[in-house]
Design a protein around this ligand. Structure first.
Ligand SMILES: Cc1ncc(COP(=O)(O)O)c(C=O)c1O
Length: 393
């Protein structure tokens, strides 16, 4: 008898030996999913919603924008809804209008881009299209951990490669670790959580050295660094760049991002790409956000100044803190859990990254406006009165 897979074989064996228990009749997930544990995302939203009236939270845990998006976004959505512009219809397929708007922003032709339901969706699409069981996948680590979920769902265990100093640019380590048969390499730039940027020349060097390997450069924080590998896509067909509207553009709740890739890669990705998966409001909002250049530039400048103020403020208070080229900073403390809980008591929500390998003691803090960072330092001063060892490292 021919079995479709190992699991149908197992089921058949259970029937034959009459060892079939209650619950066994439930359909089992695919073999590659069976061994995975649920992705456990931790957000402060529930805690924030439970705060007493009048308490202003500082939500600094997920690197979102800390202010509402450009007024043009709300205006565009309101106008769209006000004109009863057909929520009953599917959205602009493939977000063609948004891609048109993105051509000048990215310097890339419309055909080289796919708009996705957040950049997470782009990462998932890439993994579904390019990865299969047992493939060699390299991740410059520490990095955005959610990518691992998508890679593992393809039945493989990514190799996490880390420079001896986690804050080093990973190029030399990658050059050493990538094999000629490596299927995909994932690099985040600026990296989350280190803030480290990989120079464009290094990306070119890697793409050139390993032409059969697909390089995915995740530029979720591009707007804060201004460094991009997008321009290389024309020259290196083995490169994909992903970006998002969740960070600098301030519309994380709407879920929209995009990727830039060469024609042959786009052709492959389109086999599984769902052209109606990006909702109409997200498309309208992203176009409006993109059109407000001044707002975007002002926010980036504000974050840059906020970063300097927070970094210096923490150092002045004796903390071990460091910054990078994204909208967050890092602080190293003796007891990260206690530090995070302490800040929570002041309605400040930050992200403990200390259990990432090589990242012992580090806590990540999203940077917002100057006023918010001054407010944060004031709250830290209050906490320091109660616990002078709060920032010990
Ligand atoms: C490096 C990186 N990539 C992707 C994402 C997810 O972005 P999106 O909201 O576009 O799915 C995040 C979010 O924190 C991130 O840090």
């Amino acid at each position: 008898m021919l079995y479709r897979s190992q699991r149908s074989k197992d089921m058949q064996a259970k029937f034959q030996t009459k060892k079939f228990h209650m619950g066994d009749e439930l359909p089992r997930p695919a073999d590659v999913i069976d061994g995975l544990v649920p992705y456990d995302a931790v957000s402060s939203l529930d805690k924030i919603r439970g705060l007493p009236a009048g308490v202003t939270p500082l939500k600094l845990d997920w690197n979102e924008s800390t202010i509402t998006p450009s007024p043009l976004v709300v205006q565009a959505i309101t106008q769209f809804l006000g004109n009863s512009q057909h929520l009953n219809w599917y959205p602009d397929l493939g977000a063609t209008r948004l891609r048109k708007a993105l051509t000048s922003y990215t310097g890339t032709p419309l055909e080289s881009m796919l708009v996705t339901n957040g950049s997470d969706d782009a990462l998932e699409l890439i993994c579904k299209t390019y990865l299969g069981k047992g493939d060699d996948v390299v991740v410059a680590w520490p990095s955005y951990a959610h990518f691992l979920v998508y890679a593992k769902s393809r039945g493989l265990e990514p190799r996490l490669v880390t420079p001896s100093d986690v804050f080093e640019v990973p190029t030399a380590t990658l050059m050493r670790e990538i094999r000629p048969d490596t299927q995909l390499v994932y690099i985040t730039s600026p990296n989350n959580p280190t803030g480290v940027v990989i120079p464009t020349d290094d990306v070119a060097q890697l793409c050139k050295a390993f032409p059969s390997t697909l390089f995915v450069v995740d530029e979720a924080y591009y707007e804060f660094s201004g460094v991009t590998a997008v321009g290389l896509v024309k020259r290196y067909p083995n490169l994909i760049v992903t970006r998002t509207f969740s960070k600098c553009f301030g519309i994380a709740g709407l879920r929209i991002g995009y990727l830039v890739a060469s024609d042959p890669v786009i052709l492959q990705l389109k086999k599984l790409y769902n052209p109606k998966s990006v909702n109409v409001l997200a498309q309208v909002a992203a176009q409006a956000a993109l059109s407000d250049k001044q707002f975007r530039e002002d926010y980036v400048n504000e974050v840059t100044r906020g970063k300097e103020i927070l970094l210096q403020g923490l150092i002045d208070r004796g903390a071990h803190a460091r910054t990078g080229d994204a909208n967050f900073i890092l602080v190293k403390v003796l007891d990260p859990l206690k530090f995070v809980q302490s800040l929570e008591s002041a309605a400040v929500y930050v992200r403990d990254r200390s259990n990432m390998p090589g990242f012992k003691g580090w806590v990540r803090i999203t940077v917002g406006t100057v006023a918010q960072m001054e407010d944060l330092l004031t709250r830290i001063d209050e906490l320091l009165k109660k616990n002078p060892r709060l920032l010990d490292h």
